[in-house]
Design a binder for this molecule. Sequence first.
Ligand SMILES: C[S@@+](CC[C@H](N)C(=O)[O-])C[C@H]1O[C@@H](n2cnc3c(N)ncnc32)[C@H](O)[C@@H]1O
Length: 310
Amino acid sequence: MSDTYHEHPTSFHRVLDQSSRTSSESPNLKWLARINLRKTRAAGKILRCMARNSATAAALKLVRSTPICSHIYKAFAGYYLPFSSLEEAREAIGALANRGHAHPYAVDRHMEYSQAARPSDYAALYYIRPLVEKLRTVIDVGGNAGNLFYCYSKYLHFRSDLIWKVLDLPEVISRGRALAIRCGASQLNFVESWSEASGADLLIASGSLHYFEPTLPRLLADVSSLPRHLLINRTPLVDGAKVAIVQDGGAYRVACVLHNRNALIMGLEKLGYRLIDAWPVAELSADLPGYPEYTVSGYSGMFFSHHTSS
Ligand SMILES: C[S@@+](CC[C@H](N)C(=O)[O-])C[C@H]1O[C@@H](n2cnc3c(N)ncnc32)[C@H](O)[C@@H]1O
């Protein structure tokens, strides 16, 4: 276990204290939006309760399939519905997004996570460890403020010339850059374009693929030189058709896509990747009350290597 970043946790806390720590009640929402949020969450609780009982679950299904009632159901359920795209799900969230991924609490929470590995990180560490001696470029898709870099640095001894590029949204990146300067994390770079994945030794997509409408194979199809290894972690996947849903992160809400597992694997195989291993991520789940077909009882992790990598 390397202790490169052990001296920095206090820096994280100083940075976090300066940002607006926010409770799960979204206090900075306007009063009308707050009422709407309470109403929607109450509807979610009622639907979840009804979905647990087979008779009321069947009644819900019937209501949804009856033309007039389905409008009433939609108005009642708010964002607790399946959507055909991220865009449609985002529209349903509207002002309740409360800045979504860009909410300061989202970065605060991830930096708190960086203090220690979560259960699913151990599979990631297992697959990164044998690569670490040769690892020069990592692209960390949806890498937030670099929390995985800080966290994995405690467990792995990275090369001093390793460049760890975090691809994220502009507001998240600007906090990540400020934090990296404070922590002296000069190996961390922040980027906004998928073209930065070109030629990487390792692409990590941990907890992020579901925030992209295109599948990973589609996103990689435009990358000129494919990354040698792919580490996918904390990803909700379904066996049926892909669907978009809304996640309530407490202080903020975001839209996400539940991608189809086979489409992901087959698409990557077509690009020349070989699935080395897959693991369940038992600590995370997703559900849409009343739609058992979209229940993801455990997220997924996978490791792929390109056939050209030795
Ligand atoms: C749940 S966090 C994952 C953080 C980290 N990778 C981990 O495993 O702990 C998801 C990240 O995806 C980022 N994200 C969402 N949509 C994105 C997009 N369109 N482009 C880049 N990053 C995005 C969010 O800002 C957030 O940092």
